[in-house]
Design a protein around this ligand. Structure first.
Ligand SMILES: Nc1nc2c(ncn2[C@@H]2O[C@H](COP(=O)(O)OP(=O)(O)OP(=O)(O)O)[C@@H](O)[C@H]2O)c(=O)[nH]1
Ligand SMILES: [Mg+2]
Length: 462
């Protein structure tokens, strides 16, 4: 177990703000020295560093002997700790001042401030978790819905590592078989090896494709579906945002042109995070400020992953509605006819004609009517009926997806080569690269640069 960076790091591990408890975490070979110089128990009995323990005491500035706070110390000697090194966690009162002072004490005692993600990076470098698990730690922290949380947790606990590990073991056996045949060539043995490559390669290829499929939905759960609410002024866009959020977030008035600046809020619909974007009503206008808003709204036609085209059911379709309907024709969209509580003036027949394949949903944002049907449609569009909610045990991120795709195409080439009777040497090379690509998924042989890149996205103290 190579400990690459053995110096001792410290960081505030909890969010900086007012809270009942805050934690300063220290990890490294000198963690015990830090504890000895800043932590005092009431009876002045020291901490027995060879044993896991938790102790009440005081944090004391090692230079001035000033008492900083009361503290519960968690002492976790390596390798049974988060980083696999000696780790101390000081639980103190959760104020910004207190936490900063305790952190300063650890620095005075010889620790240095940790980089973002450095604790998790050490857990990886010390072999306690692999790269896919480390990446999932951050997904878990950032996840916004139950589904995303479940999925990240199963990855932290090794779901991807296990399935990739099993595939790599099979590939290794296959490679060994091919190598032996190369060394002792006899015709019939060679054809047996080829048949084996076809059988195993095909099966593993389809396993990998299943993992790749999960990547799209993974991105959705991690980042949320960017969903723009578009429509003429006054059709009820802000009211719809409020209705889906179940609280009054956006200003709603009877004046057209109320929303001028883009407003974004996350809403959790059936476990899927949607980033709802309330925009300024789209119309021709002389008002300079409103015009800027309208231009911004149009930009969402390019960037949103899902668009609500909102129509006022209380009025006949207007030129601006027709224009928007035609502009959004090729996008993932839901046509939402609002104000169903008022007398309806929209010609439903012609609206359905203009809708094409898009769903048309009638709601009243004001009365909260029809929101269930709208949410059904939102869920259907994202999951496409293809992924069962219960089945989200794993979701590839973009880096893993690329590598899985590499491994899959290398396997495909190996299979094709075996079928065509290409020499075993060449097949061996392809199997070797598939093996290596899978290795990169879990972080074998990855370069320092990539590691820095991945861990720099973490929060401090993790
Ligand atoms: N009766 C009824 N009124 C609604 C409904 N939804 C919105 N309204 C009213 O329509 C008016 C405009 O609503 P907003 O939500 O501000 O409309 P908007 O599309 O955001 O308007 P702009 O920001 O100006 O583009 C307000 O007076 C709302 O109370 C509805 O479902 N039924
Ligand atoms: Mg508005």
């Amino acid at each position: 177990m190579a400990i690459a960076e053995a110096d001792t790091i410290a960081a505030v591990a909890t969010a900086l703000g007012e809270a009942s408890v805050g934690i300063v975490r220290v990890s490294g070979s000198d963690a015990s020295r830090v504890v000895k110089s800043i932590f005092r128990t009431p009876s002045n009995v020291g901490v027995e560093v060879s044993k896991r323990q938790f102790k009440y005491g005081l944090i004391v500035d090692p230079w001035t002997q000033e008492v900083i706070d009361e503290c519960i110390l968690l002492w976790m000697p390596g390798p049974h700790s988060y980083t696999a090194e000696d780790v101390a966690e000081f639980q103190v009162h959760g104020g910004i001042q207190v936490l900063q002072k305790v952190l300063e004490c650890t620095l005075k005692a010889g620790a240095r401030t940790a980089e973002p993600g450095e604790f998790t990076k050490r857990a990886f470098l010390n072999g306690r978790i692999d790269l896919s698990q480390a990446e999932a730690v951050m997904d878990l922290i950032r996840s916004k819905t139950d589904k995303a949380t479940q999925s990240a947790l199963s990855q932290v606990r090794g779901y991807l590592s296990d399935s990739v590990g099993a595939m790599r073991r099979e590939l290794l056996t296959l490679q060994a078989q091919v190598e032996v045949t190369i060394d002792y060539p006899e015709h019939d043995v060679e054809s047996v090896a080829c048949a084996q490559v076809v059988e195993v390669g095909t099966r593993l290829g389809s396993n990998i494709r299943e993992l790749i499929k999960s990547a799209r939905i993974g991105q959705v759960l991690r980042e949320g579906v960017a969903t723009a609410i578009l429509g003429r002024p006054n059709v009820g866009k802000s009211s719809l945002l409020n209705a889906l959020l179940r609280r009054d977030r956006a200003i709603v008035t009877e004046l057209p042109g109320t929303t001028r600046d883009v407003l974004e809020e996350y809403v959790n619909v059936r476990g899927i995070p949607f980033r709802l974007i309330d925009t300024a009503g789209i119309r021709e206008t002389e008002d300079v400020v409103e015009q800027i808003g309208v231009t911004k709204s149009r930009e969402f036609l390019e960037t949103a992953e899902l668009v609500f085209v909102l129509i006022n059911g209380n009025e006949p379709l207007q030129q601006d509605d027709l224009l928007l309907l035609s502009e959004t024709r090729k996008l993932h969209r839901i046509i939402v006819v609002n104000k169903s509580d008022l007398p309806q003036a929209v010609d439903e027949g012609s609206l359905r004609g203009l809708a094409g394949d898009s769903a048309v949903v009638k709601i009243s944002a004001k009365e909260h009517d029809g929101l269930g049907a709208l949410e059904d449609e939102m869920e259907r569009l994202v999951l496409g009926g293809s992924v069962e909610a219960a089945d989200l045990t794993y979701m590839a991120n973009a880096r893993q997806k690329r590598l899985l795709e590499d491994a899959e195409s290398e396997l495909q080439e190996a299979v094709a080569a075996a079928q065509m009777g290409v020499t075993l040497d060449m097949i061996a090379v392809q199997l070797q690269s598939a093996y290596a690509s899978l290795g990169l998924v879990v972080g074998e042989e990855v370069g320092e640069e990539l590691l820095d890149e991945i861990f720099s996205r973490f929060c401090l103290g993790k």
